[in-house]
Design a protein around this ligand. Structure first.
Ligand SMILES: *Cc1c(COP(=O)(O)O)cnc(C)c1O
Length: 362
């Protein structure tokens, strides 16, 4: 059996347990020293001035939009191919998601389609750095400048990624991260953070995540309860030390896939930037469901990210139907192969051999 993922702590297990024990012994579980230490460490690792820990990546996106003053009546342009939470975060603040189709090679927002989607109500662009590769940020920054829009980066799949050598999250005014258990940097539950270089926005986000309180029991504005708790922050701080190694491991596994999948009956999306962190390793196939079944019969687990483009989700379609033919096609073809730290090169070879054999079988 080759599982898609293994979420049980491995090389980091001793440090993860020690972190949890430390919090239990201290008896301080929310908004304490572990969160402060993690926020400092994560900001440094992301090369941002400030990090604010929140309850999830979705909340990080929504709070980012709120501190930028985006809400009812506003439009935010985003990608049709992502976790639906990207668009749900826009809807959570009362704004409207507008979808710009994706670039067929990079699989992230097409800058020309983004420019074409701008209306007088557009306030922001929310690029999603999908599968670990950044969107084309120089081109999207040009669009933002031309139309005077802010950028909120969805970095939920792109911890430590770079675009043309520049750290992800440094292009927009605010960036949002998820620490959901499957992400490159993962908590043992839900968690998220936003980063920014603006101290005023960071302070505002700290108030909003804590009910909008200025002082204890004084709620100056409408906030939410979305705090990264001490146990998760301690676990994340321990794992942050491992993240560069894990990222290097992901890149090495991806290189092995690329070499062994040359001439395989699947399309491998090109690596457009060496700063790719390989959150996922998708391939495209015209006969995806047959391929997925074939691999499953050989004990190889795969997943689909994502089977339904966001504008085709009933929860969103009423808000903003959009024609995104490239996203439609990719959603019908894309299949994620197993890739995670701790995976052996032999497992990659076995999966590649199965893909070549599928070619022979069809
Ligand atoms: C995981 C993810 C989210 C949502 O993060 P949660 O922590 O699950 O709320 C948003 N956008 C993208 C691209 C994601 O991968």
């Amino acid at each position: 059996m080759i599982p898609f993922l293994n979420l049980t702590p491995g090389a980091d297990a001793v440090e993860v347990r020690a972190a949890i024990d430390r919090v239990i012994t201290r008896g301080w579980f929310v908004l304490g020293p572990e969160l402060e230490a993690f926020e400092r460490g994560f900001a440094a690792a992301s090369q941002a001035a400030h990090a604010v820990g929140v309850g999830s990546g979705t909340d990080a996106l929504a709070i980012a939009l709120r501190v930028l003053g985006i809400g009812r009546g506003d439009e935010v342009i985003t990608s049709p191919l992502s976790a639906a939470y990207s668009a749900l975060a826009i809807m959570m603040v009362g704004a409207r998601p507008v979808f710009a189709d994706i670039d067929p090679a990079r699989l992230t927002m097409d800058p020309d389609a983004t420019a074409a989607a701008v209306t007088p109500r557009t306030r922001a662009i929310m690029p999603v750095h999908l599968y670990g590769q950044t969107a084309d940020m120089p081109a999207l920054m040009d669009v933002a400048r031309r139309y005077n829009l802010v950028i909120v980066e969805d970095c939920c799949q792109a911890h430590l990624a770079t675009c043309a050598g520049r750290p992800v999250g440094s292009f927009g005014t605010v960036a949002a991260y998820s620490f959901y258990p499957t992400k490159n940097l993962a908590a043992l539950g839900d968690g998220g953070a936003l980063t920014t270089n603006d101290p005023g926005l960071a302070d505002h986000a700290r108030r909003l995540r804590n009910g909008g309180q200025t002082d204890r029991y004084h709620h100056a504005e409408f906030g939410v309860n979305s705090r990264l708790d001490e146990i998760q922050a301690a676990v994340l701080a321990a794992r942050l030390q491992w993240l560069p190694r894990w990222t290097a491991e992901r890149r090495a596994l991806a290189r092995r896939y690329r070499a062994s999948l040359a001439n395989a009956p699947v399309a491998v999306p090109p690596e457009r930037d060496a700063g790719h962190v390989y959150h996922l390793f998708p391939v495209l196939s015209d006969s995806r469901s047959a391929l997925q079944g074939y691999l499953k019969a050989r004990g190889i687990e795969t997943l689909i990210h994502y089977p339904v483009p966001i504008p085709r989700q009933p929860a969103v379609a009423s808000e903003q139907p959009a024609e995104c033919p490239v996203a439609d096609r990719v959603s019908a073809q894309v299949l994620s192969l197993p890739l995670h730290p701790g995976m052996t090169p032999q497992a990659i070879d076995e999966i590649a051999a199965a893909l070549h054999a599928f070619h022979a079988a069809v």
